[in-house]
Every structure is written in C-alpha cells, then in structure tokens.
Design a protein around this ligand. Structure first.
Ligand SMILES: [Ca+2]
Length: 460
C-alpha cells in the first residue's frame, strides 16, 4: 500500500523508457521553500520513533504500543484543537494555509497510525500477541472517538471496521486522513464550532479570482537553472501549435510520477493555459505559478526557463506544441527537481490546482460530502475553468491505483442519470470503450464518489 494516493507514472506510452537517474528520488536542495515544507511536516510528527531490536519481548512491545497509541490520540487531539479553534475574520487567502496545516496534520496521523499498524502486525515474541492487538484496538477506538468529534460520525464509521483487522490499519489511516481533509470541506460546517465560518470562507475563495499578476519584463527575471535530475536537448518547436487544448495536449510519460500535476494542468481551460505561459521570443519562456509565501499568503511566482527539455522526455511534446513540458519544467525548477514533483510522501500533491490556478485548493472526501455536493462543486468549478483532480487508492472500474485523474465536467442524461467526465493524464488507457482511447471517459456519479473518494478542487 502506497503512502500517497497518487504516485503512478504512465505504464506504457510512446515515449522512451525511464532511466534510473530520472526516477531516482533527489533531495530538493536548491529550493529552500520546498525543503522547509518537509521539515515542517517532520517537525509536527509527534515523537521520533525508536529503533527497535529484533526479538521484542512483550514488555517492550506493550510499552511501545502504549506510547504510539498515545501519539495517535495526541495527534488527533491536535487536529481537533486546530479544527475547532476560533477562526479569524474571513480572509480567503488564509484558507490555503488552513488546508495545508490540516493536511499536514492528517499526514501525521496517517504516519502514526501506520507505525501502530506495523507494530501490530509484526510477529511478536514471546507469547500473547493478542493482548497487544486488543490494546491497539482499544487505543484505535479511542483515537476514533476523538476523530469523530472532528470529522463526524459518518466519516469515522467508514474507518471503524478496520479496527478489527489490525493489518488493515493502514487503510484506516488513509481513510481517516481523507476524512480529516473534509475538515477543510463542507462536512465540517454543521459538526464543529466555527464550521459555518469556514464554509463561508471556502465559498468566498471559490468566487474570488486569483490575485492580479501581470508578467514582468523577461529581462528582469533570471533564467532558472535546468532542474538537475535530467539531461537536456534543445527544442525548436512552437510553444502552442494549434492549441492549447489542455485536455488533449497533456501526455504524462512513463518517466515521471507527477500525475497529480499533469491532471491539474489538463483540467485548465484553454484560456487559463495560454495565460500562464509567456513566450519571450529569446529562447526562454516565463511560467506563472502560485504558491504560499512564508506568511501563508498566496502569491504569484514567475519562473523563466529555457526551451531545452529533458531527454528522454517527461511530459510529452512534439513539433506541434511544447507548452505542457515547459510548464512541467518550470514547476520542477520551482520545486528543486523533477523528482520533487513525483507523488511521494514529500510532495504536497493535493495543492497542485492552486499551483497552476492561483486559487486555494479545497479537498473533499466524497462519501462524507455527498454526491449532490460533489456534482454541484464540479459543475461550478468547470464553469469557471478551475482545475480539479481526483486520486485513487485502489484499482476499480478499470482505473489504476495510486493515480490521479483530471475531472473535466459533469452531465445529466435524459433519464436523470448523472455522470462525471474524467481523463487519465497519460492521454490514453481508459476504462470502457467510448470509441476513442484518448484517456477521456465518463463514470456514473455514484460510481465516481465510490471509486474516487478524494477530490481536490481549486477554489472549492
Ligand atoms: Ca475516450
């Protein structure tokens, strides 16, 4: 089980195979902001985990389990405190920071629960491991009692069955994390004090355009160094070709697991895509991204890159257009490396709709948010060209596990059946047979909520 819902790269495309150096995880050393994010996350993790010798005796195991269980309760209690503390007067830009904090804490919960699960499932010697199992079960139930006050009974009820199966606590941790992300969504509104205010902030954020951000003169921007974890070749093709058509142009390759970024880019409107890249006509391009600064305020950042692109390619490009590969290169330069874009535990992947649109990202847990709200939110976001993606954990209905898909829109047919339109960022490999293997496919709304419980939407 992967720790991230979205880390899969394309299995098979027309692009060359990955080489070792392009997929090796590299530390993001050249971008202080990226480093500090992972440090923050590490810093909020409850306590350093002790290295344990082989052949634990029950006393040590029990004591460790108690400590870990306490950490679970403490972490969940921290989340509860964070979620229920009085909210300041509405400022849409603060929502992004709140989401980031909530998600980081959720990740900490997952990590702690995973640690507990590992402790619970590894063979214990000497006897009576069932005592430890029972203790862990009780501890998990206590933690869930706390979580229930934060995210609501309906969410926690999804998790409780896993408590009886310690080997599935990892799954429980993931579910809980996704549930806690609902704290940043609408399910919070009628469950905890301050929820209604947060919902208002989300509504405001949804309707607030990104900050105005005209491109600066190219000559005023330094040219960013090529991200270090690729080899490059010069390119001469046009930036746009006949496009942009994001839902056709994006072709995630087999060489990089940045599906969440590619899925977000593919769900941009053509106008938004054209508006985020400027051809400087000197062999360089300026890409406008958005990130939060040290004060948690969302602001534009302009990254100027050359037209040299990785070989073998990451995002696909050809002689007709290369804007997607340019955006990907700028995002990699911003993150410090291409590998920093891959969906691993050091990636704030859910925030990519914000990165490319300038709007705060709201994460939904569909089963708790409800199909009607999910439908309405997709429809509203699509109408405003706001990017969205969904992440999978398990393979279902012909989709891949640990992968991100663009959400392109919704429709209702004559019989009242509602559908969601999705796209695999590979630009191929879709479930069903709609006559065109372009990655775009439809799914019934009820199946969508079931199969894609986690949805990230720019601006909610
Ligand atoms: Ca299709």
């Amino acid at each position: 089980m992967a720790s991230s819902p979205i880390s899969r790269s394309a299995k098979s495309t027309s692009t060359p195979k990955a080489t070792t150096n392009t997929t090796t995880k590299a530390p993001a050393t050249s971008k202080p902001g990226t480093t500090s994010k992972s440090q923050e996350r590490t810093g909020t993790t409850s306590k350093p985990q002790e290295k344990k010798p082989r052949g634990l005796n029950l006393g040590d195991a029990f004591e460790n389990a108690v400590n870990k269980a306490k950490d679970v309760v403490k972490t969940v209690a921290d989340v509860a405190q964070q979620a229920t503390k009085p909210l300041p007067p509405p400022k849409p830009e603060d929502v992004g920071q709140f989401l980031k904090d909530a998600a980081n804490k959720a990740k900490d919960v997952v990590k702690t629960v995973v640690d507990v699960a590992q402790q619970a499932t590894k063979p214990l010697a000497p006897p009576k491991p069932e005592d430890v199992g029972q203790f862990l079960k009780d501890a998990a139930n206590k933690a869930l009692d706390v979580a229930e006050k934060v995210v609501g009974k309906d969410v926690v009820d999804n998790v409780r069955p896993y408590v009886d199966k310690p080997q599935d606590l990892l799954k429980a941790g993931e579910l809980m994390a996704r549930g806690i992300l609902v704290v940043a969504g609408e399910a919070l509104s009628d469950k905890v004090p301050g929820g209604e205010a947060l919902k208002q902030k989300i509504d405001e954020a949804m309707n607030t355009p990104p900050p105005a951000a005209p491109f600066p003169e190219a000559s005023s921007l330094p040219v960013a160094a090529n991200p270090p974890d690729a080899t490059y070749q010069p390119t001469s093709g046009p930036l746009w070709g006949s496009g942009p058509q994001p839902s056709q142009d994006v072709k995630q390759s087999a060489t990089l697991g940045d599906c969440y970024l590619m899925a977000s880019v593919a769900s941009l409107s053509p106008e938004a895509a054209r508006d985020m890249v400027q051809d400087n006509h000197d062999g360089t391009y300026t890409v406008r991204l958005y990130d939060t600064n040290d004060q948690g305020k969302l602001e534009p950042t302009f990254v100027r890159v050359t037209g040299d692109l990785p070989t073998p390619p990451h995002a696909g490009y050809d002689d007709n257009q290369k804007w997607v590969a340019i955006v990907e290169k700028a995002a990699a330069a911003h993150a410090g490396s291409y590998s920093a874009l891959a969906g691993d535990e050091n990636t704030t992947y859910f925030n990519t709709p914000t990165l490319v649109s300038g709007r705060p990202t709201v994460a939904y847990y569909g089963p708790a948010t409800g199909a009607d709200t999910v439908y309405d939110r997709i429809q509203a976001a699509d109408g405003q060209g706001r990017p969205m993606f969904v992440g999978t954990f398990d393979p279902a209905e012909g989709t891949y596990a640990n992968h991100a898909y663009s959400v392109l829109g919704v429709r209702t047919d004559e019989s009242g059946q509602r559908y969601v339109e999705l796209r695999n960022p590979w630009g191929s490999s879709e479930p069903g047979n709609d006559g065109k293997n372009d990655g775009i496919f439809e799914m019934k709304l009820e199946d969508f909520v079931k199969n894609f419980p986690f949805m990230a939407v720019a601006g909610g």
